[in-house]
Design a protein around this ligand. Structure first.
Ligand code: NAD
Length: 258
């Protein structure tokens, strides 16, 4: 697929080592016009940078307005910004309300707000591409972080709804569901760094997204094994829970701290 001249906008792309920046770099190399944002405006050669807290609808709209003023109508929007908070040793309901509320605002509404803003224009044009960065935790679970798992499930459900509702409008939707990737989020997390399924580079996830857009695949499985785990879960949910509980019993909360 020829991405040259398309306008790609990415949230949470401030960290040079992050997945969002890898998406931005990949599309820039493909000849796209790239607009990026983060809590503080990123300064990157060849891209236009904006400050945008994705949990704030007005800030999202201002980012989209600024990006479109600079680079024209957005063709591909990537809701990448994400946060994770660990549970305490008291278990799945133990993270405080602030952690749950921030996770909901960033991981879920950070996708809903841009979709709400962009959908009417994309419907009129009969084209648009919306990418949500969920996680393997959205298909399976993140041991040690119930708020991350629940909100990544929620945003995957939202992406599914977008795909179902707007396929006939010509809007393609993709949900990126990586397992562990080498970024600030997993730095120092021994369970991720030593994971048997491997720790990918952010650029690997960007290549997986490119390939899924080209094939018009909904699920972007940068770690193909996640697709196998997901199938096994669907075949036998109780076996999945027992297996995960067994794994949980072998891992300390320190090993999985986000
Ligand atoms: N690293 C992994 O193993 C992994 C695996 C699966 C999914 N993910 C997801 O990938 C995405 C990118 O994460 P990453 O691994 O590159 O980590 P990262 O911490 O490098 O990037 C996350 C970015 O989101 C930004 N951000 C946080 N709150 C924000 C807000 N309110 N508004 C705007 N930006 C905000 C941060 O400043 C940061 O730059 C996240 O959605 C994450 O959940 C990561």
């Amino acid at each position: 697929m020829d991405f040259s001249g398309l306008h790609v906008a990415v949230t949470g792309a401030g960290a040079p080592t992050g997945i969002g920046r890898a998406f931005a770099n990949m599309f820039l190399a493909e000849g796209a016009k790239v607009s990026i944002s983060d809590l503080r405006a990123p300064q990157v050669d060849g891209m236009v940078g904006f400050a945008c807290d994705v949990g704030d609808e007005t800030a999202i709209n201002t980012f989209i307005d600024g990006a479109e003023a600079a680079n024209g109508p957005i063709d591909i929007f990537i809701a990448n910004a994400g946060v994770g908070f660990s549970d305490t040793r008291d278990g799945a309901a133990s993270a405080d309300n602030k952690a749950w509320e921030t996770s909901w605002a960033v991981n879920v509404m950070g996708a809903v707000y841009p979709a709400r803003r962009l959908t009417p224009g994309w419907k009129k044009r009969g084209a648009g591409c919306f990418v949500v960065v969920s996680s393997a935790a959205g298909l399976l679970n993140q041991i040690g972080s119930a708020s991350y798992s629940a909100t990544k499930h929620a945003v995957l459900g939202f992406a599914e709804a977008m795909a179902i509702e707007h396929k006939a409008d010509g809007i393609s939707v993709h949900a990126v569901c990586p397992q562990y990737v080498k970024t600030n989020m997993t730095k120092g997390m021994s369970f991720a760094e030593n994971n048997k399924d491997g720790l990918l580079e952010p650029s690997d996830v960007a290549q997986a997204l490119k390939s899924s857009i080209e094939k018009n695949e909904f699920l972007v499985l940068s770690h193909p094994i996640v697709g196998e785990y997901f199938k096994a879960k669907a075949m036998d949910y109780d076996r999945y829970i027992s297996g995960m509980a067994k794994l949980r019993s072998k891992v300390s909360q320190d090993d999985v701290k986000l």
